[in-house]
Design a protein around this ligand. Structure first.
Ligand code: ARG
Length: 455
């Protein structure tokens, strides 16, 4: 009674669940490149005739031209980009197309395509991260001596310079660049020639295909070649860590752009209005960078969980490796571009930052240190004396360096005029000259070192 419907239904769903063409069509350039390297090797080794190899290579160029002009069609019957391309190739050159898949499996084919794609994604990411770093350097240099409150527990702690704060992000991104660079070096080995899982009896030349595709050499174990996705996971972990760094800066921009902080005005290009509250300038891009980091982390988790229980070698679960990697790459590219734009164009409200640093008694530590150094007090006692000075300034609503000397002397007779040398926020930051400290000269030196022109 329901058999007619049942016979067709599952087949359609089967086709749908099995098809990866809706997303793996993104691999078409890598798929063509992999096939061209493979067929050139087959020709060179006499596994197919040189004439057939040439026909196939020319046909692959034709298919690439078609994809370039029209995009890749999503034919569910053809399942994935590999079958799609082979079908197109057959349309272009006829039955000789069937020789391309000699000594190869879709298992080593997809592993190769995906490695090539991830390698390109790493190269693009590295280029954009360098752009972001250069934006940070420009603004850090400009604000090497701009004083702002430094925070711990989001409470004013000690004055720092905005340049120093921005250079902290530069240092984080430098480590991210290192992570992507390491991942690239480790992943740059070719799985092509692993065939389905066990290698092949055809006299292939794996070194030839590896070098044609820019790999450092072939992977040494065919089972590993077709079945690990650690290279994609490494990309995702590096992407996640980078996005966490971007998210922290984004969070600071959101805070700093708020009225109570008022540390930054985002440019018109990087703000949005509210449809109901005309006064609003919302930092949506920064909020979305913060949000995207959660999604990127989700992509990383998704692929790790997909892989964790799979026996060797290939299982179809591994087809699900691509969507999270594609998604993470796109979200990361947007996040890097948005943060770069915001950093480049933000107006930092330096007077406001300085005012908050002064109002927060951020030089209290400098007063305590002075009492230790110049008046010989034990640090604990100096801390106590300083606390009384802060209390007095707070009661009067003035900065520490606005307290008259008579009042300071009344708190502790050992204080004298020289104390004003350390009470200003400028004096405080200028004194922090220890390596890695916030002094303006240090910041300028750090910028020069990062630019590689320490002359
Ligand atoms: N579309 C497949 C994937 O992305 C290609 C490999 C298919 N291999 C197979 N034995 N069915 O994983």
């Amino acid at each position: 009674m329901w058999g007619g419907r049942f016979a067709e239904g599952p087949a359609a769903v089967m086709r749908e669940i099995n098809a990866s063409i809706p997303f793996d069509k993104r691999l078409w350039r890598q798929d063509i490149a992999g096939s061209k390297a493979h067929v050139a090797m087959l020709g060179a080794r006499g596994i197919v005739s040189p004439a057939d190899a040439e026909t196939i290579a020319a046909g692959l160029d034709q298919v690439a031209g078609h994809y370039e002009a029209n995009g890749v069609d999503e034919d569910m019957v053809l399942e994935d980009i590999h079958m799609q391309t082979e079908a197109r190739l057959a349309d272009a050159i006829g039955p000789v197309a069937g020789r391309l898949h000699t000594a190869r499996s879709r298992n080593d084919q997809v592993a190769t395509d995906f490695r090539l794609w991830v390698r390109d994604a790493i190269d693009e990411t590295l280029a954009t991260l360098r752009g972001f770093q250069s934006a940070l350097l420009t603004r850090a240099d400009e604000h090497a001596a701009s004083v702002m409150p430094g925070f711990t527990h989001l409470q004013s702690a000690q004055p720092v310079t905005l340049g120093h704060h921005l250079m902290a992000y530069h240092a984080m991104i430098a480590r991210d660049v290192g992570r992507f660079t390491d991942a690239r070096a480790r992943m740059n080995r070719s799985p092509l020639g692993s065939a389905a899982l066990a290698g092949t009896g055809f006299p292939i030349d794996r070194d030839m295909t590896a070098s044609a595709l820019g790999f450092d050499g072939p992977m040494s174990n065919s089972l590993d070649g077709v079945s690990d996705r650690d290279f994609a996971i490494e990309f995702l972990t590096a992407a996640t860590q980078t996005s966490l760094h971007l998210s922290r800066l984004a969070e600071e921009f959101v805070l700093w752009a708020s009225q109570p902080f008022g540390f930054v005005a985002l440019s018109d290009q990087w703000s949005t209005g509210s449809s109901i509250m005309p006064q609003k300038r919302n930092p949506d891009a920064a909020e979305l960078v913060r949000g995207h980091s959660g999604r990127i982390l989700g992509c990383m988790t998704a692929l790790m969980v997909t892989m964790k229980g799979l026996p060797l070698a290939y299982s179809k679960d591994m087809q699900d490796d691509k969507p999270p990697v594609f998604e993470a790459r796109d979200l990361l590219a947007l996040s890097i571009a948005a943060m770069t734009g915001m950093v480049e164009s933000a107006t930092f409200k330096t007077e406001r930052m300085r005012g908050v640093a002064e109002a927060g008694f951020a030089t209290a530590t400098d007063l305590a240190d002075w009492l230790v150094r110049e008046a010989g007090l034990p640090f604990r006692e100096a801390h106590h004396v300083t606390g009384r000075a802060v209390k007095l300034a707070e009661e009067r609503g003035i900065a520490l360096d606005a307290l008259p000397i008579a009042d300071l002397k009344a708190i502790d007779a050992r204080i004298d005029e020289r104390v004003y040398d350390v009470l200003s926020v400028d004096a405080s930051v200028a004194s922090r000259t220890s390596f890695g400290g916030t002094a303006p000269d240090n910041v300028r030196a750090a910028v020069r070192a990062a630019r590689g022109d320490e002359t």
